[in-house]
Design a protein around this ligand. Sequence first.
Ligand SMILES: C[S@@+](CC[C@H](N)C(=O)[O-])C[C@H]1O[C@@H](n2cnc3c(N)ncnc32)[C@H](O)[C@@H]1O
Length: 293
Amino acid sequence: MAHVQSDAFLKWALPRMGLAWPGFRRVRRQVVKRIGRRLAELHLPGMDAYRSFLESHSAEWETLDSFCRITISRFFRDAAAFDLLAREILPRLAEVAIARGQKFLRAWSAGCASGEEPYSLNLLWKSTLAPRFPKLALAIVATDADERVLARAHTACYPAASLRELPAGWRNAAFRCDGRLFCLKPEFREGVEFFAQDLRREAPIGPFDLVLCRNLAFTYFDAAGQAQVLDRIGAVLSEGGALAIGRKERLPGGAKGFAPWIAERGVYRKAAVSSVPANAASASRRMSSARPV
Ligand SMILES: C[S@@+](CC[C@H](N)C(=O)[O-])C[C@H]1O[C@@H](n2cnc3c(N)ncnc32)[C@H](O)[C@@H]1O
C-alpha cells in the first residue's frame, strides 16, 4: 500500500520538475527514503499531506528536487566506454584538435557526481594518451547541481567500492590509501575544474571537443528536458565534437544535429551543419549563475 502511495506521488510530482517517472522506477526507493525523512521533519503523516504541503509552499519544490538527484557513480563506470574513449574517440579528437592548432583538448562532464567520471577521463588521458600527444593538454570542466557531491569531488577521496572498475594496477599508481579511503594523487586532479550548475537551465562556456552526459538527462529528464539538453550540448560542442551518453540511454527526437559515431556504444558527433537553434546557443553562453566550487 505504501508503495502504491509513493509511486502515485512520484508520478504526480516528477513531471512538475521536468523529470520522468520511467527513469526513476528502478531507483525510486532512494527518493522515497529521503522524502520519508522530510515527512518526519515536517511532522506530516504521509504522501497525501506532503502533496498538499507542496501545493501551498512553492519553495518546497526545490527541496523535493534535491531529493530526486541520483548520485550513484564510480571510476570507469562502464569500463567498455572508457576503453572506446582511449582506443578511438580521444585519439581522433586529439588529432583534429592538433590540426586546428589547439593547445587544449576540452571536455565537459555533465552531471559529474563526486568527480568519478571527470577524474577517470583525466586518469585515462594522463596515463595512456598524454605521452602520444605531448603538445596537447586535456582540460575538463565538470558540472553538477548537487553541492554535496561537488564538495566530495574536491576532497577526491573515495571508498574502495568506487574503484572496483579501475584497470588493474591503476589503484596504486593513482591513489594513496588514507585509512579506509583512497585519495586521488594531486597530479591526476590537475586539469579538472568543478562548477555548480543545473543542466536543465545552463551549460558551461564552450566550445568543447567532448561532452560526457551519462546517466542523467537521457534517463531522468522528461522528453522536453531531454530535447533542450541536447540543443544545449550541441550549442557548446565544436564541429565534429563527440557526445557520449550512458550505456542504456538513447538520444531523443531522432538525435537532431548529431550523427552516429559509434551509436551502439552511445557515441555521437555533432553533425557538420548544426540544426541547433540560435536561442539555445545564446542561453548556454549566458551561464552567469554558474559558480566555481
Ligand atoms: C547517476 S549520477 C551519474 C554520474 C556520472 N555521469 C556517471 O555516469 O557515473 C547523476 C548526477 O547528476 C546530478 N544531477 C541531477 N540532476 C541534475 C541537474 N538537473 N543538473 C546537473 N546535475 C544533475 C546528480 O547530482 C548526480 O551527481
